[in-house]
Ligand binder design. Structure first.
Ligand SMILES: NC(=O)C1=CN([C@@H]2O[C@H](COP(=O)(O)OP(=O)(O)OC[C@H]3O[C@@H](n4cnc5c(N)ncnc54)[C@H](OP(=O)(O)O)[C@@H]3O)[C@@H](O)[C@H]2O)C=CC1
Ligand SMILES: O=C(O)[C@@H]1CCC=N1
Length: 265
């Protein structure tokens, strides 16, 4: 598969790492304006680092756009003549609907929206994918690619804004939970490295329990909360302090921020 990533920044590099780790590209073009930061990728012959988006698009079948929202329109306008029917154009750009893209390009060009997260670098992304009705072939190809790099859920496009918060921003939210748990573990006597190890693997265990059993979180919580024990004491104090409420409110704030993100300077 010939793949280009237009905008090899934080997300673009994460996607590139996942692609390289899983050997799914016969050629991989990585573009950005300041390419010095991509030097570490200059080791494989089939990886091309360039400022030239046209070159990358013309030599690829799958083109993944991972630029900031305020850069996408100009890049589309500049490269519109080089988009051909063969191309699977995949936008990971937040707040840019397929309708917005259609208005810029004059047609949707079969564009697929994908919302991965940075865990794609280690093949553990939860990626949501949408397309316009009727674009089944390109959708299938996108699903195939992202399925190698983690879990995929095809969703109607109106849910893409929510998916951005839950899955893409979600990585940062879970990191903060793990950090908080680490800080508590340090206060309770572990050194920083051990504290993080305990927090990370306990979080991994919790997620795996749900994945493996299909159980509801409360079912698993009931198995941990010994009556009059320390777990329910801790959980109730967390809720008195607003744990669930603050997570939900934070995610709603994140969701509403996306409303105007496309037009931000
Ligand atoms: N970060 C994340 O976890 C996620 C991000 N997203 C979305 O992905 C997009 C990228 O986010 P993120 O990676 O965080 O942003 P970054 O700023 O880290 O990456 C964007 C990259 O685009 C490059 N760029 C800018 N202009 C051009 C151009 N004309 N041609 C080629 N490359 C260009 C920039 O490099 P240079 O300045 O050198 O050109 C930069 O490295 C955003 O739309 C974001 O909403 C979606 C899901 C998760
Ligand atoms: O913070 C952001 O705007 C982007 C989109 C989701 C993750 N990062």
């Amino acid at each position: 598969m010939k793949i280009a990533i237009i905008g090899a920044g934080n997300l673009g590099i994460s996607i590139a790492k996942g692609i390289l780790k899983n050997s799914i590209a016969s050629s991989l073009y990585l573009t950005k304006r300041h390419v010095d930061s991509l030097e570490a990728f200059n080791v494989e012959e089939f990886v091309v680092i360039t400022k030239d988006n046209k070159l990358a698009i013309e030599n690829s079948d799958v083109v993944i756009f991972a630029v900031q929202p305020n850069h996408l329109e100009a890049i589309f306008i500049e490269n519109k003549p080089f988009f051909k029917d063969k191309h699977i154009l995949i936008s990971t750009v937040t707040g840019f609907s397929i309708q917005n893209i259609t208005e810029i390009l004059g047609s949707s060009n079969g564009v697929v929206r994908a919302m991965p997260n940075t865990a794609i670098a280690v093949g553990k992304s939860m990626t949501c994918i949408s397309t316009m009705d009727g674009e089944h072939t390109k959708l299938k190809s996108a699903v195939k690619i992202f399925s190698v790099l983690g879990q995929v859920l095809v969703i109607p496009e109106h849910l893409m804004q929510a998916a951005t918060v839950v899955c893409a921003s979600g990585i940062a939210f879970w990191m903060r939970m793990i950090r908080a748990s680490t800080q508590a573990a340090i206060q309770l006597g572990f050194d920083a490295k051990e504290a993080q190890q305990l927090a990370m693997y306990t979080a991994e265990g919790a997620a795996h329990l749900l994945i493996a059993t299909g159980n509801h979180p409360e079912e698993e919580i009931d198995k941990v909360t010994t009556p009059k024990g320390c777990t329910i004491e801790g959980l109730n104090e967390m809720e008195h302090q607003g744990l669930s409420s603050s997570v939900i409110k934070g995610m709603m704030a994140s969701y509403h921020k996306i409303d105007g993100i496309k037009d931000m300077p």
